[in-house]
Design a protein around this ligand. Structure first.
Ligand code: SF4
Ligand code: SF4
Ligand code: FES
Length: 257
């Protein structure tokens, strides 16, 4: 990330000052005036910062843009995703593009659904003192403490289900008094749950068998012979799911399913 004073460089986006109210925000202690409607991410870019790390999807999915901030006269330490959180006047902020968290090394094929295996890989799970700081800090409303509690109780399915929305932003790790890498532990629980606990979906088994049996080989080879113009035409002509289609919608052309 690099930064220059916005007064020196001018705005990165074309916003007319008379149309948008500018408010002061403090990025790593330096004041910038930015349009009040921007997200933190866009405000920092407006101020002259360029994201090299700490920015990915810009849609609240990748977890790359964890931000911490405070407001004047307020003891609370706020957190959020820079791409989702709108600036507020006089907020003091900084981004945490990465927070160190050790990830255990394992051969996933060798693991079973026995929770003891998670305990061996992440013995620090028992360092949790149930302070709930992780739950309070999570921008995705994952009940992180309950996830860890479920793992300690050997309930991998519950841990996996409760942590489904985790985007691995690392904010929980930053506040953990027990020094746990919660999101890595929860990810392992989800992987074990998805691979070794939940029954395999029959339709997926059938689809994999169809691929391996060569059902699509001829079509794939035909596509591979197309030039870019032909591929574009095929792509544009494809049947698309209509907006607001019900759950029972299926394409009219089904011979390739
Ligand atoms: S559980 Fe932790 S890593 Fe996952 S989204 Fe919440 S704070 Fe971020
Ligand atoms: S922040 Fe750490 S110690 Fe506190 S409840 Fe969460 S996992 Fe446990
Ligand atoms: S950039 Fe991906 S969550 Fe913010």
């Amino acid at each position: 990330m690099s930064a220059k004073d916005s007064k020196e460089t001018g705005p990165a986006e074309k916003v007319k000052a008379e149309e948008v109210k500018l408010i002061p925000v403090y990025v790593m202690g330096k004041r910038y005036y930015v349009p009040e409607t921007l997200t933190i991410m866009k405000a920092m870019e407006y101020a002259g910062y360029r994201y090299i790390r700490g920015c990915g999807c810009r849609g609240g999915i990748c977890g790359a843009c964890a931000t911490v901030y405070r407001k004047p006269g307020d003891y609370h330490l706020y957190v959020g995703l820079a791409c989702q959180t709108v600036v507020e006047a006089n907020m003091y902020l900084t981004q945490m593009p990465f927070y160190p968290a050790n990830r255990a090394s394992y051969d996933f094929e060798q693991l079973t659904s026995n929770p003891e295996e998670i305990f061996k890989l992440y013995p620090e799970v028992f360092r949790c003192i149930a302070c709930n700081s992780c739950t309070k800090v999570c921008p995705m409303d994952v009940p992180v403490m309950d996830v860890i509690s479920a793992i300690k109780q050997g309930d991998i399915a519950r841990a996996a289900t409760l942590s489904f929305s985790c985007i691995q932003c690392g904010l929980c790790v930053s506040r953990c008094l027990g020094e746990l890498p919660q999101y890595h532990i929860a990810q392992l629980a989800r992987r074990i749950y998805g691979s070794k606990i939940v029954p395999r979906a029959q339709h997926l088994i059938e689809a994999v068998a169809a691929v391996k049996g060569g059902k699509y080989q001829e079509r794939l080879e035909a596509l591979m012979k197309c030039d870019i113009k032909q591929l574009t035409e095929i792509y544009k002509a494809r049947e698309m799911e209509p907006e607001m289609a019900g759950e029972d919608w299926t394409p009219a052309k089904r011979d390739y399913l």
